[in-house]
Ligand binder design. Structure first.
Ligand SMILES: NC(=O)c1ccc[n+]([C@@H]2O[C@H](COP(=O)([O-])OP(=O)(O)OC[C@H]3O[C@@H](n4cnc5c(N)ncnc54)[C@H](OP(=O)(O)O)[C@@H]3O)[C@@H](O)[C@H]2O)c1
Length: 431
């Protein structure tokens, strides 16, 4: 029987979930893999508080396992795998680096620390012959990291896109189903613990952008940094736009999108309308799903719980078992630099369709003036919907364009005569 000792950095939702799963499944792991997994030390901020919180959660962690000193975990000779569950960039990244420098394998679910420090962490891991595992950093339990890193290693992936933030998917799903406004659903999500008290990282798209930087780097075998990702969140989305989109046959999702054609790469996170029959359109609530297209694999979609203590713990424990059983740690097959890979040309002029809502003066000739602005930039209109006046003699005009360059759409919108109409919303349409 192989014995492996773990050290945890942090014991909140996920740390507690992993502890619980190992307690419940320890016997099975011994039977299946001849592996005895033991948690030796757990870093917490305050031992007394941690004991109280664990007791309230029904988590039976003995006091002697707890420490307030990071080096009791990162430098302890008996610990071979350090599991980081603190979250945030620092000190999590620094502690992981220390553990790797001491030759310990590191398992993390922390997309922020990974996306911003991946090059250094990977280099340190390689130098010290240690492994770095991060399956749960994107998509919770969905095994997308392994699929991109291993299963599709021989393929040529040109598209990865999906729903990679459960909080925003939950909010958009409820807005669509209940016709409620963003602020109302957000408050409800916070009350239910499905959104953070400070929801910025989720609703402004940062969380999805960190994850997309990891996915795109693995898919395209080159470094796509967080800074290279265009980002828009869902804070400006109204129930009205979701309803108009539904009327026109679309469902709204916050998508992370990465595409590569030749050396040209586009990476973006923004609200996106998808046709109702698109496989991602039916992925509701806090579920995540990732769509991959490759030259040989063609289309595939992975779907599952992108968050939650036990689903995430399941993915993390998979990493722990792999780390424990591996004889040779493996690393992503690209030059993991702090800067974006020089062979990539990043573009902000991608092809897209757009949903455009204008508020226009209710007078003859307005539609023609608007159409001219689009025509001058070679943006053609696929469909149009006019709604009843909204008061003050203004009417909502809604257009869906044919595929056009992003910058051409923006230029067309700048051409609009503000005396005649105002731009109220522009949402990209995929699929
Ligand atoms: N929650 C999910 O569903 C989910 C899913 C996938 C990935 N993840 C990732 O998993 C990680 C952990 O998330 P979580 O939901 O478990 O967060 P959490 O509940 O806030 O747990 C983090 C724990 O780490 C502790 N901590 C923070 N800094 C520390 C320090 N310097 N020393 C000691 N303890 C420290 C926190 O203590 P205080 O509370 O006192 O600050 C807290 O107990 C994050 O990277 C997150 O992105 C989470």
């Amino acid at each position: 029987m192989q014995q492996v000792s773990l050290g945890f950095l942090g014991c909140g939702n996920i740390g507690g979930g992993v502890y619980r799963l190992l307690e419940e499944m320890g016997g099975e792991l011994a039977r299946r893999d001849h592996l005895q997994v033991r948690v030796e030390k757990i870093l917490v901020k305050n031992i007394e508080e941690a004991l109280q919180i664990n007791a309230a959660k029904g988590l039976n962690v003995p006091r002697e396992l707890l420490t307030e000193k990071a080096e009791d975990v990162t430098s302890a000779p008996g610990i071979s795998i350090v599991c980081e569950f603190m979250g945030g960039e620092q000190p999590a990244a620094r502690f992981m680096e220390q553990a790797l420098q001491n030759g310990k394998h590191v398992v993390t679910a922390n997309k922020v620390a990974l996306a911003l420090n991946w090059d250094r962490l990977q280099r340190t891991a390689e130098e010290h012959h240690a492994g770095l595992w991060y399956e749960a950093s994107v998509g919770g339990v969905i095994p997308v990291i392994r699929v991109l890193n291993r299963n599709l290693e021989a393929d040529e992936i040109d598209r990865v896109f999906g729903i990679i933030n459960g909080t925003t998917n939950y909010i958009l799903t409820r807005m669509a189903k209940e016709g409620k406004d963003y602020e109302d659903v957000l408050k409800d999500a916070q009350r239910l613990g499905l959104a953070e008290p400070n929801p910025a990282a989720d609703v402004e798209g940062m969380d999805a952008a960190y994850k997309l930087s990891i996915l795109a780097s693995l898919a395209f075998h080159g470094r796509v940094t967080y800074q290279q990702i265009y980002r828009e969140g869902i804070t400006g989305i109204s129930a009205k736009d979701i309803a108009f989109g539904q009327e026109m046959g679309y469902t709204l999702k916050l998508l992370g999108i990465a595409k590569k054609q030749g050396s040209t790469v586009e990476t973006r996170v923004h609200p996106t309308f998808l046709p109702k029959d698109h496989p991602l359109a039916g992925v509701d609530g806090s579920l995540n799903a990732i769509f991959i297209h490759g030259k040989y694999c063609r289309d595939m979609m992975l779907q599952g719980r992108g968050a939650g203590d036990m689903p995430t713990a399941s993915a993390i424990c998979g990493d722990i078992v792999e780390a424990a059983l591996c004889t040779e740690p493996s690393y992503p097959t690209f030059d993991n630099t702090p800067e974006p890979s020089p062979e990539f040309q990043f573009t902000d002029n991608w092809m897209t369709r757009a949903y455009i809502r204008l508020s226009a003066v209710d007078a003859p000739g307005v539609l023609q003036k608007v159409s001219e602005c689009f025509a001058l930039e070679s943006v053609s209109i696929a469909s149009m919907m006019q709604k009843e006046a909204e008061g003050e003699e203004r009417v909502p005009l809604i257009f869906i364009t044919h595929p056009a360059h992003e910058q051409a759409i923006r230029r067309a919108l700048e051409r609009l005569d503000r005396n005649v109409c105002s731009l109220e919303q522009m949402i990209r349409v995929e699929g």
